[in-house]
Design a protein. Sequence first.
Length: 416
Amino acid sequence: MSTKLYLKKTDFFSLCFKYCVFSTIQGAFLIPYTIMLAVAGLPLFFMESSFGQFCSQGPINVWKAVPILQGVGITMMLVSTFVAIYYNVIIAYSIYYLFASFQYPLPWSAKDCNSTGLLDCFFSKEARVSVFTVHCYKTTVSSKHCSFELFFYSSKNLKKTGPVVWHLALCLLLAWILVGAALFKGIKSSGKVVYFTATFPYVVLFILLIRGVTLEGAKDGIEFYIGSKSNLTKLTDSEVWKDAATQIFFSLSIAWGGLMALSSYNKFYNNCYQDSIIVCITNCGTSVFAGFAIFSILGHMAHVYQRPVSEVADAGFGLAFIAYPDALSKLPISPLWSILFFVMLITLGLDSQFAGIEVIATCLQDAYPKLLKSKRGIVTTAVCIVLFLLGLPCITRVGIPFTPFTMIKMHYMKGE
């Protein structure tokens, strides 16, 4: 059964641009990254786009052409489901931070705590962060640290999830309402929404870049980013190439089913090869561009804390929710920068969610065409409700480590 609703080319491009601002590329890593893009990323992106466009079906029905491989399509849908739960939890945290940004000083600036800031707590092994409360406590005889409570806990607490943090649950509900409203009428309506969600982050990144390069210490951050001191001998390490392939698969959302679902709405004779080249290059170019905006401000923060840039940049998930917000809190008119930053994160997350939910809804409608084909709004609403409920354990006191995607992503993405 063919998909009768076609997307404009600009709609398809917008929907394909994923959450890649913090998927930055560093120095010598650009070499294996570019090679992996050419030999793995682009060919697989083109293959998935071709399959979806030719069959006008979602990932499950596409693989019916080879019955023994039909499980591949089912796995793609499951991965998209896990990712959808994970991404909306991120959006919920971003919404929470956004609401908190409408005050001065920012609550995580720790100005009343005799501390240099939130990241100083992050560097401390005793630091713990849970739910938007700032308080002081002694970690050593001579030092006092501040704990800005939000959601970060160590993995040893996974067996003690505790109650749901209900203010985060409300943010999660709002995130799912936004996704459901945008997708209620199907891909056509979301294609219009992403004109904003896909372009606004570029505006914010450009503003942050201009502001960042004017800060003291920005040069150190950019030098660290472009790899002026890179150790090229690391290119002989297989782990570097493995990480490059992982980065490509993650940033292009290869093998998640989204490409097949979105390209199924393309016209049959659409030039999907050209589309693949444009999307891959633009996506990866965005990662490079985002790196300059991010590391210029991280360089300034390293200067403020008198720490190496490598130590500040090695915050992992905390880069988006600890390191960068802390850096923005030290800028003039800090609430403005914080609001722009978290609106950008929300729009990027929503952009990714549109593709993920589209995969799930398309697979369900393809699996039960007689029952669900004309009930897109009901299917989308049901999917959003179920995934909202599945996301509630991720906003307990244990926080983000509890998300199913966090638990499986390293094994799935790295083939372990």
